[in-house]
Design a binder for this molecule. Structure first.
Ligand code: HEM
Length: 281
């Protein structure tokens, strides 16, 4: 059996030329000499993460665009895609956990002072969702591309800003001071907003669209949190409580990031819904 159409001539696009497979397969340069077997996995998994980060950035900027135009359906479709990607990102940690402490230790020192902490795409994602700490900018001053991407993200309306403006136009009364906030400043938790969402959760049949949107955003925030949990647990499993190659206290620093939320008022709203405190038994 032959498929003549699949015999390419030199001028035609092929799988390899379109996807730049030769270039892609040439991007894994091990630092260890002689090569340590597990360094290949370490490089590939980070590169795969960065590619998915790029796709998430693409989807989030698309989400902001369509929500500004009140196009609810494409927004939900993109949000669903981001959530599926985050599922993959969480599960990928399973693969890295097949590397034992001693296998990592064979090349870890060669990575100093490089660290995932320097992933500017991770910060751009945090910033564009609404998690904004400008203290991370200084680590990227020597890399204009990274710095400018982070600066642009932290100074533009976040996804959370876009969603709240949409909800106000279509479904809910969002507090005026939240809508009028200076988007270049860090987010300040609004209890008024949380109370508004509490009203949605108390009567979801009255607010089906707002409810569905808040829950899907909650999924996103929770998946990001799960990634943080899985990452810090994996770090402790592989390097214990030793310092990170990036210079932080490692597990201690990473644990401090577990309180970060992109959409804090959706979480806070729960306290305005749950009235029975204490053990039901
Ligand atoms: C053996 C595997 C890994 C170890 C031991 C590890 C360790 C660490 C440590 C200790 C930190 C804190 C910064 C520092 O002092 O270096 C950190 C931060 C970070 N790592 Fe990893 N990591 C690993 C794999 C990964 C992978 C596969 C990714 C995927 C991109 C990743 C992404 C990040 C990010 C984004 C941060 C910054 C988190 C934040 O500031 O909230 N790490 N990592």
């Amino acid at each position: 059996m032959t498929y003549d159409a699949l015999v390419p001539n030199a001028s035609q696009l092929t799988y390899g030329s379109y996807l730049k497979i030769p270039e892609l397969l040439g991007l894994q340069e091990l630092q260890s000499k002689p090569a340590q077997h597990d360094e290949m996995l370490f490089i590939i998994i980070h590169q795969v993460y960065e590619l998915w980060f790029k796709q998430i950035r693409h989807e989030v900027s698309g989400m902001l665009e369509v929500i500004d135009e009140d196009r609810h359906l494409p927004f939900i479709k993109k949000l669903k895609r981001v959530n599926r990607i985050l599922d993959v990102l969480v599960h990928q940690i399973d693969i890295l956990e097949t590397m034992t402490p001693i296998e990592f230790d064979k090349f870890r020192a060669l990575l100093n002072p490089a660290s995932g902490f320097q992933s500017h795409q991770f910060r751009v994602i945090e910033y564009s969702l609404g998690i904004r700490d400008d203290g991370y900018l200084k680590y990227h001053e020597s890399n204009p591309t990274a710095y400018n991407a982070m600066k642009a993200a932290i100074e533009s309306p976040s996804l959370w800003d876009g969603v709240l403006a949409f909800l106000d136009r279509k479904h809910l009364n969002i507090p005026a001071e939240v809508l009028a906030r200076d988007v270049t400043k860090p987010w300040v938790m609004s209890l008024e907003l949380a109370k508004t969402f509490g009203g949605v959760y108390r009567d979801i049949e009255k607010h089906p669209n707002a409810y569905a949107m808040l829950e899907s955003l909650m999924d996103l925030d929770q998946k990001l949190l799960l990634w943080r949990y899985r990452h810090v647990a994996m770090v402790e499993r592989i390097i214990g409580i030793t310092r990170g190659t990036g210079g932080t206290q490692g597990v201690e620093y990473l644990s401090s990031t577990l309180s970060k939320r992109a959409f804090p008022e959706i979480w806070e709203a729960r306290q305005f819904v749950i009235t029975n405190v204490g053990c039901p038994m």
